[in-house]
Each structure stands twice: as C-alpha cells, then as structure tokens.
Write a protein that binds this ligand. Structure first.
Ligand code: HEC
Ligand code: HEC
Length: 217
C-alpha cells in the first residue's frame, strides 16, 4: 500500500516537473554555448578543461544537463544547497543570468572524459549495479535507474530534473549521497534523494558510486 501511494505521488510530481521545466528542454536552447566557452574559463580552474575535472572534489560538468547546472548554481546562491562553501562563494559572483545559461549550455555540450579518476573495483561495481537497477525492495529502496536512466545517463534528453550521474567521480558521488543522508544537502525536489539516501547503508553508497564511476561515455 505504502509503495503504491508513493509511486502515485511521484507520478504526479513527474508530470508537474515535466510541465514546469518545459522551457529548459534540450531542444530549446537555454543559452549560447559559443559565448559560454569564454565565460566558463572561471569554472574550468576547478571543474577542469571542458568540464572534465582532475579531482573528485570537483564534479564533472561535461555532458550534464544545462538546466540542472543552472538550478544548482541558483541553489548555491540561495543557500538552498549549502553543502560546499567554496562553490557557494563562486556562485555568489555569477550575477548575470544570461552568463550562467551560456556557461551551462557550453558544459552540457562537452563530452565526458573516457577515463575514471579512481581505479574501478569490479566486484564492488557489480554489487552497485544490482542496487542501481533493482533497488532494495526489502528496504523499500526505489531503483536509481527509474529516475536517472540507463547507466545513469539521465531519464530523457528534455528532462533536466534528474542529473547525469553515470561517469561522475566516485568520491564526489559518495560525498553527495552522504550529504543527502545527513541533511547537509536538501535542495532535491520533494526530498526525493534524501528519502532514498536514508535507506542506503554506507556499503550500498560505496558500491553504487563504484558502479557509476565506471559508466563513462
Ligand atoms: C574554486 C573552485 C570552484 C570553482 C572556480 C567553481 N566551482 Fe563549481 N563546484 C566546486 C565544488 C567544490 C563543488 C562540489 C560541491 C559539493 O561538494 O557538493 C562544485 C559543484 C558545482 C556544481 C554542482 C554539480 C552537480 O553535479 O551537482 C555546479 C553546477 C557547479 N559547481 C558549477 C560551477 C560553475 C558554473 C562555475 C563557474 C562559474 C564553477 N562551478 C566554478 C568548486 C568550484
Ligand atoms: C524518485 C527519483 C529518484 C530516484 C529513484 C533516485 N534519484 Fe538521485 N536524484 C533525483 C533528483 C531529482 C536529483 C537532483 C536533485 C537536485 O535538484 O539537486 C538527484 C540527484 C542525485 C545525485 C546528485 C548528483 C550530483 O551531480 O550532485 C546523486 C549522486 C544521486 N541522485 C544518486 C542516486 C542513486 C545512487 C540512486 C539510487 C540508489 C538515486 N539517485 C535514485 C531523483 C532520484
């Protein structure tokens, strides 16, 4: 019963999200990626050339949805996302919305690097794949694939609500899942990720992150 109610609630949320974010659809350019290339120089110091950072402290932005990037920077500005002071400081300096849309469009069009930063433990990754695809019904943990799409590459091209997580740095994924779990990060719509992360053990988090870090382009 609980599961049915939950799925019903999510369905309503999804249709609202599709409607509200229609303007950010991939087919509709949200900014100018060419103008964004120069403006993104500020970001590339940490997020790496073309959004492929060299440290797990800084998430890869290459190939991420432009609409998701814009939302995160705005969330850092409004302090809705308060899990990193460095990024909050940078976000505060991005005051021109057109600049932000251009930068986000530029990163969204870059290709993710082909190599993971950390060596992949294939046993751990295969446990993670299981959780990613099936969840854990006994813990009422909904499978990640339902929202993040196959291999974590996103649900659909025009739905920036659900970020690309396949190919993201392992240690960044672990940190953010733990932040959702502890409540250090609460900017997820309808607390979807908080709810999910709280049903995961430390081993579950590490295994899923291991799997996702190996899902390169
Ligand atoms: C001084 C380093 C630094 C610079 C420069 C920087 N960032 Fe970040 N950024 C970070 C860190 C650190 C995080 C990770 C926060 C966390 O731990 O969750 C982050 C996270 C993000 C995220 C969240 C990504 C996700 O997957 O949720 C976005 C989007 C982002 N930065 C965009 C930008 C943009 C756009 C710029 C340029 C205007 C920029 N950043 C410049 C340090 C930086
Ligand atoms: C009901 C839908 C849903 C499910 C199921 C779901 N997620 Fe998410 N997830 C989201 C949404 C929405 C966001 C974006 C939150 C925001 O806007 O900041 C997100 C964000 C994330 C992030 C942050 C990405 C970043 O770049 O910072 C990670 C990591 C993540 N999810 C991992 C998972 C894992 C692992 C699972 C499965 C155990 C999972 N998610 C299942 C909806 C979901």
């Amino acid at each position: 019963m609980a599961i049915i109610n939950k799925v019903g609630g999510l369905a309503v949320f999804f249709s609202l999200a599709f409607f509200a974010q229609g303007a950010l659809a991939a087919g509709v350019p949200i900014g100018d990626p060419v103008a964004g290339k120069d403006k993104a120089a500020l970001c590339e110091g940490c997020h790496g050339g073309m959004g492929n950072s060299e440290s797990s402290d800084f998430p890869r932005l290459a190939g991420q949805y432009a609409g998701y990037i814009v939302k995160q920077v705005k969330d850092f500005q409004s302090t809705l996302r308060a899990n990193n002071e460095t990024m909050a400081g940078i976000a505060a300096g991005v005051t021109d919305m057109q600049d932000l849309k251009d930068i986000a469009s530029y990163f969204s069009q870059q290709k993710m690097a082909k190599e993971p930063l950390t060596k992949v433990d294939s046993k751990k990754a295969s446990r993670g794949e299981d959780i990613f695809l099936k969840g854990k019904p006994e813990k009422d943990l909904y499978a990640c694939v339902n929202c993040h799409g196959e291999r974590g590459k996103g649900k659909a091209p025009n739905v920036p609500t659900f970020p690309v997580i396949g190919g993201q740095h392992r240690d960044y994924l672990v940190k953010n899942l733990k932040d959702f779990q502890s409540g250090a990060r609460v900017n997820d719509p309808a607390m979807m990720m908080g709810d999910i992360a709280k049903k995961m053990s430390a081993e579950d988090i590490e295994a899923v992150a291991e799997y996702l870090s190996s899902q390169l382009p």
